[in-house]
Design a protein around this ligand. Sequence first.
Ligand SMILES: C[S@@+](CC[C@H](N)C(=O)[O-])C[C@H]1O[C@@H](n2cnc3c(N)ncnc32)[C@H](O)[C@@H]1O
Length: 251
Amino acid sequence: MAVIASRRSPTRLLTSVRSVLSGAFRQHSSLTTDLIENMDKKETWDRFYRENNVKRDFKNFEWFFGFDSVQDFILPLLRPQPSCATIRRVLDLGCGTSALGPGIYKHSQWPVHVTCADISPVAVQLLQEQANSKPIQPGNPSSRLTFLELDCCRLQARFGEQSVDVIVDKGTTDALLRSREGQPKAGLVLKQCLGVLRQSGCLLQFSDEDPDARVLWLERESGLVARVGVQEVGTLRGVCYYCYMITPCAP
Ligand SMILES: C[S@@+](CC[C@H](N)C(=O)[O-])C[C@H]1O[C@@H](n2cnc3c(N)ncnc32)[C@H](O)[C@@H]1O
């Protein structure tokens, strides 16, 4: 398979970011320009979530799409395994103010411990305040929902080796890969995810990047210690989205 380098081209990126932001900001702003170049930077996202919540009427911001579009990829993975009695641990990597993590907590009939983690304290605080002010009824009484400010380049400092069952990444690796200085961070985050995932675990990356570029990148960066699969999620505003499924290989 050939890598189509233009798939990460500035033009496509501009279209993609503008399309995602069109729901949040009516006009092209200096913030859009900042995002296009610096989506790997905490300050950029603090500013984004602050400006997006300037009227203080909190609304979840969804990059690409919401929980409903991806739940069928996630919920079946949460079924308890006969060999493992512990509660399933789920991490929303770069959660922003998305309702994805809370949605998993609400809709999983099986017990789960969902952690919503982001480098932006502004996003984490907004999401946590929302959950405090409007408590969510879990799909299972044993489930837990927690919020965490964390640079996911340092996942292994926070989570034990092979301690997480499912990691969901909706737009976070895309944000790193497309930033001026973010590519090494994207590779590091992938390696950190593989370090904290159980052998039976799975990392799901939701992305608009074409498989001919992303699969090769994933295979190269994971050092062939993981299997990579891909399925289409669907098309939104003319852009096709994919779910990349990365599972550790047995040693
Ligand atoms: C494109 S947004 C996606 C947000 C959310 N997943 C969604 O679907 O709306 C990327 C998110 O990744 C976060 N982020 C960027 N770099 C990060 C890092 N090193 N560690 C944790 N989160 C990071 C940003 O703060 C931002 O919330």
